[in-house]
Write a protein of this length. Structure first.
Length: 140
């Protein structure tokens, strides 16, 4: 369970592209600090048309979990709601530099943030294939 979450988040946090809207909320420690719930995750692979709904592949006990970015730069993953077996709670640290969010030692780009919804896009290349993962979180 923890490996799946870490893998998905690692993919999500390796972004290189950034889109900003003039209506977006500034990305600062103060504005992004809070508790989030994942609402969507999609994966695209270079050379393969369309995208894959990775969120649909997650178990129900993972879809209701909480991601807490604390003001002291600590991070808590809370196995909330339906508890997975074994429970997957863990903690780590996070940092922010501009729109670059670092978690688990991996840096990604916040591609959308409106104060409530945060989208993180990750692009990584492995053996010549480029993978782009976009995960959407709703602030609770």
């Amino acid at each position: 369970m923890k490996k799946l979450v870490l893998g998905l988040l690692s993919l999500t946090l390796l972004a290189t592209a950034c889109k900003k809207s003039k209506d977006s909320t500034p990305i600062t420690k103060e504005t992004i600090t809070g508790t989030y719930k994942m609402t969507a995750a999609k994966l695209t692979v270079s050379g393969v048309p369309g995208s894959h709904d990775a969120f649909a592949d997650m178990s129900d006990c993972q879809k209701d979990d909480l991601y807490k970015l604390n003001a002291d730069y600590t991070f808590d993953y809370v196995d909330a709601g339906t508890i997975c077996s074994p429970a997957g709670d863990f903690s780590d640290v996070w940092s922010l530099s501009g729109d670059q969010l670092t978690l688990y030692g991996t840096t990604g780009t916040i591609t959308k943030f409106d104060g409530s919804i945060m989208e993180v896009t990750v692009t990584t290349t492995d053996q010549g294939t480029t993978y782009t993962s976009t995960t959407t979180f709703q602030k609770q």
